[in-house]
Each structure stands twice: as structure tokens, then as C-alpha cells.
Design a protein around this ligand. Sequence first.
Ligand code: NAD
Length: 250
Amino acid sequence: GQLQDKIAVITGAGSGIGKATALLFAKEGAKVTVSDINETHGNEVVELIKNNGGEAIFVKANSASPEDNERLVKETVEKFGALHISVNNAGIGGESNKVEDMSVEGWEKVIAINLSGVFFGMKFQIPAMLKAGKGSIINIASILGQAGFANSAGYVAAKHGVVGLTKTAAWEHGPENIRVNAIGPGFIYTGMVNEETMGKEAINHLESKHAFGRLGTPEEIAAMCLFLASDSASFVTGSYYAVDGGYLAV
Ligand code: NAD
């Protein structure tokens, strides 16, 4: 496999993009720490990996908690011996309101989970990767890390912030061979985005904003995670990769 004997942490891996990435990484030979705030879903993903002959553990962690992020890395290194790859993917959609109507709590929650979560993740992952002698960090941003979107100020600000954090950490650790990149998915069918959570009309409208006239799948994002995690991406750092079916091609 492309990730043979590599050790990876994936946050928000109980569902959607994180789940697809965990399954693909394990299939490619990585030992995977599946992390999520949802214990049931996280353990289901670990079982799936083990049933396919892979290696994985579950560590419950809230991305908005510095202590949880520290423990996540500690338990991974205790179990598997090192850390080479992280996918900082945990996130929520957040409150839907115009700026003037957005609650302070709604703003603070999405910033804590989607932006501070990526900072806390990298803060504790980087020292472990320095010990390992190399690393690849993949931060899941969004098309909304490059463009605005009405009624989503906190989410859009958090995702733009993730892109800036990514570029900065790339400069800080280039010489030590830690690569740091961001992925910008278009709208992807997941627990966050589907007919039930958003309604059929909204989904149809979103589909029309992609050149393919459809939403993406979690597996299509996992494929880019695999490339960035692998040695094929040895000269790639500080970049934002759109995997968005043409959404940003305006
Ligand atoms: P999802 O809801 O299917 O998965 C998100 C996972 O994160 C869930 O398992 C959830 O339990 C977990 N999670 C939520 N809050 C958490 C917290 N505080 N700590 C730890 N885990 C937490 O959604 P998804 O679409 O797979 O989302 C994954 C990432 O992709 C998010 O960062 C999201 O912003 C981003 N993204 C999604 C889309 C899309 O259209 N679905 C588009 C662009 C970017």
C-alpha cells in the first residue's frame, strides 16, 4: 500500500469525509487512530477497518478541546509508536444566519470546532512528527475557505482561517520535512449535506453550482487526502487543493 506502516490520526472520522479517509488509509496499509466526538460512529469505523484486515483504534476527542487534542496524539504514539500523518477534518456546519442575526454563541462554537480545532490539532501533532523525522498534515478547509457564502459567516471565517494556518505551519516546518496542506471540498453528500438536513430544493440548487451538476462523494475527497499523505506529494506544501467539481471555476 501507499501508506504501508505509516501512522495516521483522523479527526471527525466517524462519518462522511473522515470515515472514507480512514477506510482508504487503512486499506493502503496505514495504522489509523479514528477520532470523533461520536463514540458509536467512531467504533463502527474501527470495526469496519479491522474486519477488512486493517489496524485501527478509536480515541474519543472533541476537536475544540486542547486537552483532548493532546491526549489524542499521546494515545496514538503509545499504541502505534509514532505519528506521521494527520487529517484535521472534524467540523460542523454551524448556525445559519446573517452577520447581524448570528448569535455570539453560534459564532464562537463554529470558530472553536472548525478553526481552533485545527490549531490545537497541529499544536500537538507537530512535536510528534518532529520526533518521527517527517510528517504530512492535511487540514480540511472548504470552497468556503476561498469564497463567501450568505448566512455562514462563522463557518466561512473559520475555513478561511484554516487556509492561513496551513500556509503558516508549512513555512515553519518545511526544513524539517513536515508538509502541511489544505483541501477545499465542494459540497459533498455527507451527514452534514443531504436532502434531509437541507431539503431537496437546496440540494438541487447546490448541485447546479458545480460544473458536474452534482455534489461530490466522501471518497473523492479521501483520494486527495491519500495523495497528500503519500510520498508522491514530496514537493507539495503550503497549498490549497480544491476538490470541488468546478465550484470555484467562475
Ligand atoms: P459529517 O457530519 O459527515 O462528519 C463530521 C464528523 O465530525 C462527524 O462524525 C461528527 O461527529 C464529527 N464532529 C463534529 N463535531 C466534532 C467535534 N467537536 N470534535 C470531534 N468531532 C466532531 O460531515 P463531513 O462533510 O464529512 O465533514 C467533514 C469536514 O469536511 C468538515 O470540516 C466540513 O466542514 C468539511 N467540508 C464538508 C463539506 C460538505 O459539503 N459536506 C464541504 C466542504 C468541507
